[in-house]
Write a protein that binds this ligand. Sequence first.
Ligand SMILES: [Zn+2]
Length: 412
Amino acid sequence: MLEPSPLPSLRLSVPVLSARSTRTDAAANRAVTLSTLARLVASGTAASKADLVHAAGLARTTVSTGVDELLSGGVLRLDGLRPTPGRGRPADRLALRPDGGYVLIADLGAHGAYLAVVDLSQRLHAHTHVTIDVSDGPDRVLDTIEARLDELRAPLPTIAPVRAVVIGVPGPVDGVRGVPVRPPIMPGWHEYPVAARLRRSFDCPVLLENDVNLRALGEARALPADQAPLLFVKVGTGIGGGLITRTGVLHHGADGAAGDIGHVRVRGAPDVRCVCGNVGCIEAVASAAAIARRLGTSLDQARTLVSGGDATALGLVREAAGLIGEVVATLVHFYNPARVTIGGSVAAASDELLAGIRAVVYQRALPLATRNLVLANSVLGEYAGVAGAAVLGIEQTLSPEGIEALAATGSS
Ligand SMILES: [Zn+2]
């Protein structure tokens, strides 16, 4: 059946009433309540009505009515009994209905993509890694992604529909319009309607997100809530950042460009021309691509040299860590994160990167900003992006808007 999942249990956020809601307060409130209850069950936070009263902070009657509605709407089901501590009678255990549907995930890097299918209970039904090259352009790459996602879901029961598709790409995106915006390493993708195309192919909502944002979200939701605000720094072929707020949600900024730290210029960096056209960007001087270029090898060969402990390669990693550390120290001052997570292929290949960044940050940042700071490698590794995409896809399906569609199909 299912392989051991590389995904841990992920916390889901609880929705808030949209200030822009044009619906009546009562209807909007009801949808938010149903969404809250369903997400608390889906995240494993609550498994009974009593748990929900405690976790949602709602009145017992509100929870009871909402749960009954989710049961009759076919969103939740009763899953046996759960012993209650003390002398109380066992409580009904609540669970998401297994045929509630799937979320399809495609987490694209420059040269490969992780694909996965999860259900609304966060169970991973299938996953794979495919080789792609984003520089082949959107038509060719998305043909491959669509075909491989179809293969992945082919063995699954067709009774459960696809509820959402989440796709991450290694470049800046406008998530509202679902298009990449001037992505430096993705020729041909600028303004390409990625979300619209996948919406036509899979007939469901599609979320387009930056790949590092997905990793940041996955990491933050796999860790205890007190590890946010969280800053994720990916050091791979390129360098990128993602920012999670104290309440555990992505900070996109005004145009979706927040966290895109690869093109920050650092003091003392060599005058290397960057793919973005500027000179001395951190990505141009401290990424895996920069290290490989200075070693005169391919990316794969460079990774082998680094993980094998080659002295020259490790020297370059240390140099890169010093430059990245300068950027991270500045960000730590500005944002005061609880945790900085370092991920990507360079971090995975050697602990020298984390050690080097740590040394600079603790030396340069002031005590107040570093007193409780945790600076660590990614706990999810290469599956952080899939985890973040699962969170987004399930939250979308169990959103106040999504839950009514789900109940409408579940009860029929
Ligand atoms: Zn640049």
